[in-house]
Design a protein around this ligand. Structure first.
Ligand code: ADP
Length: 165
């Protein structure tokens, strides 16, 4: 039965998860049987994260608890290795702007060199989230900006505790 199931991986650092991420995850959950939100445990690209892996995974688990077919897990391997391990043939990413496109094009080609049978699929950001990023939300939180409409409530609370000056 599992062999027939379509499984997608949504990888990212999610430091922390935003409503923009959740919009992509929810849309992916409508298209695939199962969605695994894979949280990078080894941030090569962005240096140290504000929240540790367990807390980043916890924020997502809480936010997706109402979706029957989404789970979150940490990973510290290549995304294609994780995909192979859990039986996913698709990597799903969100695209906001040209800057995302350039990075994703490079990642796509690298991933396909590693595992040609794993296909990446890109969902365009919803207009209301096109300019929303984890780093932008952190910047707003540092200066006491309004973040309640950008991230889940528990994330907003923790951001204020960690960052508000
Ligand atoms: P960020 O770039 O915000 O640090 P991640 O590395 O956690 O985010 O990204 C995980 C995935 O989510 C990437 O595919 C990224 O392009 C996508 N993403 C991030 N923010 C948004 C958003 N507001 N709308 C759509 N996709 C997004």
């Amino acid at each position: 039965m599992n062999a027939c199931k379509s499984i997608a991986v949504c990888p990212g650092s999610y430091d922390p998860v935003t409503n923009g991420h959740l919009d992509i995850i929810q849309r992916a959950a409508a298209l695939w049987d199962e969605v695994v939100v894979a949280v990078v445990n080894h941030p090569v690209r962005k240096g140290k994260t504000l929240f540790d892996t367990a807390e980043r995974v916890g924020f997502i688990e809480e936010a997706v608890s109402g979706f029957g077919n989404v789970r979150a897990e940490p990973f510290s391997t290549l995304v294609v290795e994780l995909a192979g391990r859990i039986g996913a043939r698709t990597i799903v990413k969100g695209l906001r702007a040209i800057s995302d496109f350039e990075y994703e094009l490079e990642m796509n080609q690298l991933n396909r060199q590693q595992a040609a049978h794993i296909e990446s699929v890109y969902l365009m950001a919803s207009p209301q989230y096109s300019f929303l990023s984890s780093s932008g939300v952190k910047e707003l939180a540092i200066f006491g900006g309004q973040i309640d409409n950008l991230v889940p409530g528990s994330v907003a609370r923790r951001l204020k505790e960690e960052l508000a000056r």
